[in-house]
Design a protein around this ligand. Structure first.
Ligand code: ZN
Ligand code: ZN
Length: 410
């Protein structure tokens, strides 16, 4: 269990390192009612650091589940104008958005895949403008997670509810570097290390990366022209830096969506729309998935791939070593925020405009011409096994080892 003092430091990290709130800004906290105590701590820290106003966006996943059980697909697909307008307000008023993501990974188990897929696609389409704005850093945002009973029991099914919650708090505390005397300073140091790694990759300017491992992964991922490697710290449209994912260990960029060839196997389960997809592989040809299989969650994976043209290609390749605190914990969190930071990953769907040089000043069309991918989806899946090797290949075909046995060698 984290002490209240440590929880306050955690809340402060979300405000100061996460969205890097500036005095006088409005803060939006998007939270499930199960995380109300922590949401209040964040609100308190935001005000203590000079927020103009903190507004809550409460949700309740149990009620969401009831909506899926009782409301029609048509009703759920209809996103009311006031929600679209509300999101517009967040962008226009340069609000900071802090999301507490702590969903029960199995909350939608048993809901028809067709219904989940349709509703998810309809909502993504209706909220496209907002999705694009967050992908382009038009507003500064950050995601953090705290334990809920249902999530903790999924991660530690054999423990009592209270023990599971305590253990998950401890694990999250370590990944958030709260065991340090000065977590804010520890984070600043960590962010500096990650930025240096991104800079080194940018200097090497690889054309492609070749990933191979004993599970059958053997794939060459071309990188988009004018791609740029980014680390945790990004820049908002207003020039203020922020850290979207906390924790974060990755260095990432945009693949070339027409130059991906070979097969990749997942290294950890993917939890998507409340459904677990596992034991799967994807085979790419010229950037598109042409074959796939899944031992678990096949229909869900199929729905995801069939969302739109871009959901069959990749929008992100992210590298991180097996010695990161999350990987070391050996815990499968059933939560992408953590699991994506346990392992190298790829994302099906859209690339981040910011992973191109001057990306936000380019049009979607221009980024596409450079090899950028567009989709209403962006779904990370983990490919970094403990024996993953990666070679960087430059424009002349020269190879440089980047990863050996799951760890950086660069
Ligand atoms: Zn990533
Ligand atoms: Zn991603």
């Amino acid at each position: 269990m984290l002490t209240l003092q440590k929880q306050k430091q955690f809340a402060e990290l979300a405000v100061v390192i996460g969205v890097n709130m500036q005095k006088g800004q409005e803060v939006i906290i998007d939270s499930d009612v199960a995380c109300q105590d922590f949401a209040r701590l964040i609100a308190e820290q935001a005000y203590a650091h000079g927020a103009k106003l903190v507004t809550m966006l409460w949700s309740d996943e149990k009620i969401s589940r009831l909506s899926y059980d009782y409301a029609s697909t048509e009703t759920l697909c209809d996103v009311p104008q006031y929600i679209i307008q509300r999101n517009k307000y967040f962008i226009e008023h340069n609000c900071c958005l802090i999301k507490i993501a702590a969903g029960n990974p199995n909350i939608f188990k048993g809901v028809a895949q067709d219904k989940l897929g349709k509703v998810s696609a309809a909502r993504s389409t209706a909220l496209k403008e907002f999705h694009d704005a967050t992908m382009s850093n038009l507003l500064r945002w950050c995601i953090v997670s705290v334990p809920t009973a249902s999530w903790a029991k999924t991660v530690f099914p054999t423990l009592s509810e209270q023990k599971a919650i305590d253990k998950l708090w401890d694990a999250i505390g370590k990944t958030m570097r709260l065991d340090s005397d000065n977590p804010t300073a520890a984070w600043q140091q960590h962010l500096t290390t990650l930025s240096a790694r991104a800079q080194r990759l940018n200097e090497l300017n690889f054309d492609k990366l070749h990933l191979y491992a004993s599970n059958g992964t053997d794939i060459t991922v071309g990188l988009a022209r004018n791609h740029t490697w980014l680390a945790a710290q990004e820049e908002g449209a207003d020039g203020v830096s922020f850290t979207a994912n906390m924790p974060t260990e990755e260095v990432f960029t945009a693949p070339h969506c027409k130059d991906i060839n070979g097969t990749v196997h997942n290294a950890l389960p993917l939890v998507y729309n409340g459904t677990v997809i596992d034991g799967f592989y994807l085979t790419f040809k010229d950037g598109k998935v042409v074959d796939f299989e899944a031992k678990e969650g096949y229909e869900t994976l199929k729905k995801l791939l069939d969302t739109d043209e871009g959901s069959r290609s990749l929008g992100e390749i992210a590298l991180l070593g097996k010695n990161s605190p999350i990987a070391q914990s050996g815990i499968l969190f059933y939560n992408t925020l953590f699991d994506e930071n346990a392992s190298c990953h790829l994302a099906l769907g859209a690339s981040y405009p910011t992973t191109f040089k001057d990306g936000n000043s380019l049009t979607q069309q221009q980024r596409n011409e450079l090899g950028g991918n567009y989709s209403i989806k962006h779904v990370d899946f983990m490919v970094g096994t403990k024996d993953l090797n990666i070679d960087g290949i430059d424009a002349n075909g020269n190879k440089t080892p980047v990863f050996r046995q799951g760890e950086w060698v660069l």
